[in-house]
Design a protein around this ligand. Sequence first.
Ligand code: MYR
Length: 192
Amino acid sequence: HRKRDLIMAPVGPRSGDAIFANVERVNAELFTLTYGATVRQLLTDLEEVEEVNKQLDQMGYNIGIRLIDEFLAKSNVTRCVDFRETAEVIAKVGFKMFLGVTATVSNWDADGTCCSIILEDNPLVDFVELPDTCRGLYYCNILSGVIRGALEMVSMKTEVTWIRDVLRGDDAYELQVKLLKQVPEEYPYKDD
Ligand code: MYR
């Protein structure tokens, strides 16, 4: 049982944190590599780049509609008062929780229903270089799907599109999030 003793032995007050930080980093790298392998496989299977974009978006959507529960449970975020607040929560809390980075919100339109989420640091693209044959690919399209799916579960129909993409030669990653329709929440019980 020597091994067990070693694992359980307290070796300094911060050592646990250090191990967890390492585990987190390795998890993030594994996720990045797995995502890359998924995109590569889709490119082989589907041939058309447009189809790959669609598939990645759909995968993201399916993840997003499940992720929202975990997000609400872990974040203690209460219902946002407006779409402006929602966008900030996605950029500052959501991205931090699931990607480990924060993003900035900008380019609001006059009525506060359309904005940009700008990512300077994007862990999904570590180690990624796209060959010319991938022209037209939105490599990170899973992210737009995740946001669309998650927001749909809190009654917001959105359209999420890439405006800028470093892998396509731009200087940042910019996602435009447009609120199409806000379905009023139905209160499940009558008050009387
Ligand atoms: C509300 O208006 O009720 C609050 C809704 C907050 C929605 C937050 C959605 C989080 C989605 C995380 C996306 C992360 C992408 C990596």
